[in-house]
Design a protein around this ligand. Sequence first.
Ligand SMILES: NC(=O)c1ccc[n+]([C@@H]2O[C@H](COP(=O)([O-])OP(=O)(O)OC[C@H]3O[C@@H](n4cnc5c(N)ncnc54)[C@H](OP(=O)(O)O)[C@@H]3O)[C@@H](O)[C@H]2O)c1
Length: 326
Amino acid sequence: MEYRHVGKTGLMVSELCLGTMQFGWTADETTSFEVLTAAYESGINFLDTADIYSSWVEGNPGGVAEMIIGRWLNKGIAARDQVVIATKVRGRMGEGPNDEGLSRGHILAAAEASLRRMDTDYIDLYQVHWPDESTPIDETLSALDDLVRRGDVRYIGCSNFPSWRLMQALWTSDRRNLVRFSSLQPHYNLLHRGEYERELEDVCQTYGLGVLPYSPLARGFLTGKYRRDKAPEPGSRGASSESLKRYMSDDRSWHVLEVLEKLAVEREKTVSQMALSWLLSRHSVTSPIIGPRTVMQLEDNLGAIGLRLDPIELAEIESVSDWRKI
Ligand SMILES: NC(=O)c1ccc[n+]([C@@H]2O[C@H](COP(=O)([O-])OP(=O)(O)OC[C@H]3O[C@@H](n4cnc5c(N)ncnc54)[C@H](OP(=O)(O)O)[C@@H]3O)[C@@H](O)[C@H]2O)c1
């Protein structure tokens, strides 16, 4: 496992980050613990979560993934300072008008709640989950700055920001001498390249932001487990996820999958390993966030470590997935 700096910071993270959106949703607590332990033992030191995971499950108030991480940390398998925890704020966590968004009040309350749920004194990387158009960015950054100054948070990042908003935030931090975003978490995979590569990639490179792509396997499509002539199993992510449905209804996705399947057979690797390896080969990427639901899926994903695609393989993958051709 390689360790890389998050952008221009001194913080070192493993080249794969373990996402925890499945915890308390499709992975129960026992399985989540197993995945956390196996990931840590493989050298992954980087966890991504969010306060809202998995608030969409009926009867679940949110915060469950963070609580599972907290209870796992308390088992003592990993010392707190050996794990880098990234969590997020922005989503709705209560019924009140101030229980969501990026206002000063909600950020300060949400950070306190995340610390409590994870039973920890600090959050390594606190990320804004997506923009809040109704709150001035100055207010958001000044609340995040306070959290860093009082030691509750070490670095800040953002997710799902378009390039103009990211630039606006970076300039605001500069102008007002506030802490700046050190990372971006974009939706980025072989089926969803344009949004990041069109402008965000240049911004991240120019301003030295770490890049943590989420949904690197297109929510499971890039494992090859969904087939064109077969409806996804009821209850699976394929049957419920809107973005998976979009991928499955696009001919281009199936062409990308065909090429990956051919190359995977030639290399005796899995489709998911080829897809992850492509992301790892992108010069601006720091650490893709994988989302395995089981230890078996994790082990498969880990097979991408050390797999280097050769120039001919890369050219073939680039050509079939190039967003400029659409
Ligand atoms: N910032 C944001 O807005 C945002 C949004 C989404 C995700 N995220 C973060 O990114 C992480 C990863 O997202 P993601 O879950 O969409 O990632 P992904 O890697 O694209 O998809 C993961 C899913 O692929 C399937 N899978 C993985 N390995 C497999 C294997 N070897 N064989 C068969 N199926 C396999 C599993 O689906 P099944 O469960 O159906 O088996 C798993 O849940 C999340 O946990 C979260 O931390 C952030």
